[in-house]
Design a protein around this ligand. Structure first.
Ligand code: M6R
Length: 609
């Protein structure tokens, strides 16, 4: 997720572009840059770090422009650096281009372009696009971009300008957001509405597969094939702050709702097109290590640790390899038993959590191979691990982790299936079933989000509870732990997660009349057992919210309320079950008037031990 701004008009272009980027920093903030076109010359200024670094640099640059584009980056390919920051230019400096998304076929395109003599300055997927523009340029930027669109696969919002064409900016979109702001004698392009709200409230939302030619005096819209289309103008009524959160009241709610896209982005390019194999070309573990690997240690904190617990179950099930999961602050001091064929996997959204980083260093010092699953390219964990899988959740702003968790799960599923296919531990038909279901996960997440009103009503009713219990077995227990953490973290309601069968060994004493219990029952082989545990708490007069698949109608006889989830593969259930629990925590915190995005005593990234 990156932020894009483009401007053509009568104002100070540099100011408009930079102030637009400032409004989009929530979309990415590891580097930024602008390109200004003046007197047939394109000037580009870029800087690693937050936008303030770029602004600092611009203070000493005497540049201006008639049109301009800018970008604030959240790295997906190539770590944050001046060179990898956008805008990117072709060999001749004739074009400048910014991009948000992932060009899936960039490696093959890069090879082809290098063979044709193009010289690359960055490690990004984006740079291939601007060289492709140079390669295919036919004197007309619009028709060239139509051709460019035919060569690139993946997701993109692209904005491009050419030095011999100071009268237009071309914007095109496939699976990454892009809007056009309409002014008087001026027009704007941006990834999101907040960037342009200061200047106009009239907006065209480009849909997937559309492009626009943006000039001072007007905007023409087309399909990516270059056929003209007519678009409705949207009048925006949000205030600027609400617009930054996409109209949602809090970043957490926005991020919960972004999960279908985050899951889709994390899967992108990793499921081979016929859905028969997982492709993880970024891994350098080596075939021999994958075969000889004899155990896996997963190390993480908080929500990432909960993702690790799901990972253990899935890896053990599919790869038949022993997996241990440790909280990083414990792992560091417990002198783990491992071998030279142990793979250590650290999971960290931020890639900067002190305990996780120390565990990584500790494992490396013992000569272990370390793989990281992280959301932040260029983070310490990314730089120091031997191998990295980047989750494509985009920046997570709310302290309570939501989309990072589901994309960590997706990464662990991909990894487990990858190991299983390489070590031949499951039948091809099982792999294919799983891949088909993985591919459908974004739609499943969409459907589950429809349960929001039911959850909101429940959360309001129980927001004054003192204690809550989350129970489940197997994978449902791992998700129960995450649901309880979410609730504690932002609603400040005491919550405990219990393996449902363990309840009668002590905790059942706390279940009294009206205590809310969230009973999760999605695992078919454990369903009957979980149901009887739910009956046990019902017998103590608890108030029960059940979560199960559509079709398990009998849960209704015991539970006071049931959230029915679309039925998916048992191993993938945590993706569906966690979303209602995130919503439950969110609505309970809102009902208690808490600071949802910045809960008390907590920081987004814990960089001290
Ligand atoms: O950035 P990390 O994934 O390493 O962070 C780990 C935990 O601090 C984090 O997951 C924390 O538990 C969340 N705030 C939970 O919502």
């Amino acid at each position: 997720m990156c932020g894009i701004v483009g401007y053509i008009g009568h104002r100070d272009t540099r100011d408009v572009v930079v102030s637009g980027l400032a409004k989009l920093e929530y979309r990415g903030y590891d580097s930024a840059g602008i390109a200004l076109l003046s007197k047939n010359q394109i000037e580009v200024v870029k800087s690693v770090g937050r936008l303030a670094n770029l602004e600092q640099k611009l203070m000493t640059e005497d540049i201006d422009g008639e049109i301009g584009i800018g970008h604030t980056r959240w790295a997906t390919h190539g770590r944050p650096s001046d060179d990898n920051a956008h805008p990117h230019q072709d060999c001749s400096g004739r074009f400048a281009l910014v991009h948000n998304g992932i060009v899936e076929n960039y490696l093959s395109l890069r090879e082809e372009l290098i063979e044709k003599g193009h010289q690359f300055k960055s490690e990004t997927d984006t740079e291939v696009v601007v060289h492709l523009v140079e390669e295919l340029y036919n004197g007309d930027l619009f028709s060239t971009m139509v051709q460019v669109g035919k060569h690139i696969h993946g997701a993109y919002a692209l904005v491009v300008m050419a030095k011999d064409n100071p009268e237009e900016i071309i914007a095109m979109r496939k699976a990454s957001p892009l809007i056009v702001g309409l002014g008087e004698g001026e027009n704007f392009v941006a990834s999101d509405i907040p960037a342009i709200l200061e200047y106009t409230r009239r907006v065209l939302i480009l849909d997937d597969g559309e492009m626009a030619v943006v000039r001072r005096e007007g905007v023409d819209s087309f399909t990516l094939d270059g056929n003209p289309i007519t678009k409705d103008v949207l009048e925006v009524h949000w205030d600027a702050v609400a617009a930054e959160r996409g109209g949602y009241e809090h970043f957490m709610l926005k991020e919960i709702h972004e999960q279908p896209k985050a899951i889709r982005d994390t899967l992108r390019g990793r499921l081979e097109t016929d859905l028969k194999r997982v492709a993880l070309p970024e891994l350098q573990l080596g075939a021999q290590f994958v075969q000889e690997m004899d155990r896996i240690h997963i190390v993480a904190c908080g929500t990432s640790w909960h993702a690790g617990l799901v990972g253990k179950a899935v890896l053990e099930q599919l790869v038949r390899i022993p997996v241990e999961v440790d909280v990083a602050s414990e792992y560091r001091y417990r002198n783990p038993v491992d071998t030279e064929n142990t793979l250590v996997i650290v999971i960290s959204q931020s890639g900067e959590t002190a305990d996780t980083l120390a565990a990584l260093r500790d494992a490396k010092a013992r000569g272990r191979k370390v793989m990281a699953i992280t959301n932040v390219v260029g983070s310490s964990v990314d730089r120091e691990a031997d191998d990295v899988i980047i989750t494509q959740a985009g920046p997570e702003i709310a302290v309570a982790s939501t989309k990072a968790y589901t994309t960590q799960l997706v990464s662990l599923y991909l990894l487990a299936i990858y190991f299983a296919q390489e070590r031949d531990t499951v039948q091809q038909s099982v792999v294919q079933d799983l891949l088909q279901e993985l591919d459908a996960l974004p739609q499943v997440a969409e459907q589950v989000l429809d349960s929001a009103p039911q959850i909101e009503a429940f959360a309001k009713q129980y927001s004054d509870a003192h204690d809550t219990f989350f129970i489940g077995r197997g994978l449902d227990f791992s998700v129960a732990l995450e649901g309880a953490l979410k609730l504690k973290e932002i609603s400040y309601i005491h919550a405990e997660a219990y393996a449902a069968g363990e309840l009668k060994h002590g905790t059942l004493a706390l279940i009294t009349k009206g205590v809310p219990v969230i009973g999760i029952a999605t695992q078919p082989h454990l369903y009957e057992k979980t149901l009887s545990n739910i009956q046990e708490v019902k017998a103590r007069d608890a108030f029960i919210l059940g979560l199960t698949w559509v079709g398990n109608e009998d849960l209704q006889k015991t539970a006071d309320e049931v959230i029915y989830l679309p039925k998916i593969h048992t191993l993938l259930a945590p993706i569906a079950t966690v979303i209602p629990l995130q919503l439950l925590a969110y609505y309970a915190a809102v009902a208690r008037d808490n600071d949802v995005d910045k809960p008390r005593n907590l920081a987004k990234s814990v960089t001290v031990e």
